[in-house]
Design a protein. Structure first.
Length: 259
C-alpha cells in the first residue's frame, strides 16, 4: 500500500508531502499522526532548517477525511490530543520556518494550516475553500483569529461564513498566500525560499518567527522585548560571523555557530 505521507530530506529541508490522491489527499487520523511525527522530528533535528508541506500535482488537500470525522470524531478538547490536534499544535509551536506549496484545491484545515505557515506559494490553478459552515461546523485551530488578521475581517467572513471559493490570484492579492506561481511551480518556489532560509542564521530566524507570531501588545512592550533579544544577539557567534563575512566580502556560514 502506498504511503499516504511522504517525507524526504535534502540539504537541510524536510518536505512532507500528502500522498493520497485517490481521496484528494483527505487527511485521515493516520495521516495527521504521520505529519505530526515528521514535523516534531524535524524540530528536534539540528540538520533540518526548514520544513515544506505540499500535496500531489493537482491537489493540496480536501481537508479532514469526512468519513473519519463522522465515524470516529476527534475530541479537540482532550488533554490526550487526537492526531489532528497533535499535528496542529506541532505546527503552531514550530520554531523552524514552515512553507506550504499548493497546487489544486486547499480545503478546510488545508487553509487553516496555511495560516500557521510562514510562507505559502500556490500554482495558478490552486484554489481555497473553507466550507465549515456548509458542513454545519464552526472553524477551528485559530482560523477565526488568524484569517481576519491575514486578509481583513470582511474577506474572512466571505470565506468562513459563506464558504466562498478563493482563486490563487485573489488569495495572493488578499494576503492569504505569499505569492502565486505558474501552474506546477509552487513547490519549486517553496524550495527556492527554503534554500534561502536554510542559509540564514538559525537563531535570528527563530527569534524573528517567535516575534512575528506573538499576539498583539503595546508598542513599548514590543520594543522592550525586541531590545532584549537584539542586545543578546549582538554578543552572538551568528552576529560575529555575519559581520566578519561582510568585511571579508563572502557569504556567511553559520554551520559552526553554536548559539
Ligand atoms: N474526505 C473523504 N473523502 C473525500 C474528501 C474528504 N474531505 N474529499 C474528497 N473525497 C473523496 C471523494 O469522496 C471521492 O471518493 P470516491 O472516488 O470513492 O467517490 C474522491 O475523494 C474524489 O473526490 P471528488 O469529489 O470526486 O473530487 P473533485 O476533484 O470533483 O473535487 C474537492 C475535489 C476537494 C473540491 C471535493 O472532493 C470536496 O469538496 N471534498 C470535500 C471537502 C470538504 O468538505 N472537506 C472538509 C472541510 S472541513
Amino acid at each position: 500500500m502506498t504511503d499516504p505521507v511522504l517525507v524526504t530530506d535534502e540539504a537541510g529541508v524536510r518536505t512532507i508531502a500528502l500522498n493520497r490522491p485517490q481521496k484528494k489527499n483527505a487527511l485521515s487520523h493516520k495521516m495527521y499522526a504521520l505529519m505530526a511525527d515528521a514535523l516534531l522530528a524535524a524540530e528536534a533535528d539540528s540538520a533540518i532548517k526548514v520544513v515544506i508541506f505540499t500535496g500531489t500535482d493537482d491537489c493540496f488537500t480536501s481537508g479532514n477525511d469526512l468519513g473519519d470525522f463522522l465515524g470516529t470524531p476527534p475530541d479537540l478538547t482532550a488533554s490526550d490530543r487526537p492526531p489532528v490536534s497533535r499535528f496542529m499544535f506541532a505546527l503552531l509551536e514550530a520554531k523552524k520556518p514552515v512553507i506550504a506549496a499548493i497546487e489544486g484545491p486547499a480545503v478546510g484545515i488545508g487553509v487553516t494550516m496555511l495560516l500557521h505557515c510562514d510562507f505559502a506559494y500556490a500554482g495558478k490553478e490552486a484554489y481555497f475553500l473553507t466550507p465549515f459552515v456548509n458542513l454545519a461546523l464552526p472553524p477551528e485551530y485559530a482560523s477565526t483569529l488568524l484569517l481576519p488578521f491575514a486578509v481583513g475581517p470582511k474577506k474572512a467572513s466571505e470565506m468562513l461564513m459563506l464558504g466562498e471559493k478563493v482563486s490563487a490570484k485573489a488569495a495572493a492579492k488578499m494576503g492569504l498566500i505569499t505569492a502565486m506561481t505558474a501552474t506546477g511551480g509552487a513547490l519549486k518556489q517553496a524550495q527556492k525560499t527554503a534554500r534561502n532560509l536554510a542559509a540564514k542564521a538559525p537563531e535570528a530566524l527563530r527569534l524573528t518567527k517567535q516575534l512575528l507570531s506573538m499576539g498583539p501588545e503595546t508598542p513599548i512592550a514590543r520594543m522592550n522585548r525586541e531590545g532584549e533579544m537584539f542586545a543578546t544577539r549582538l554578543q552572538s557567534a551568528e552576529f560575529k560571523e555575519s559581520v566578519t563575512a561582510f568585511f571579508e566580502k563572502r557569504d556567511p556560514d553559520y554551520s559552526k555557530c553554536q548559539d
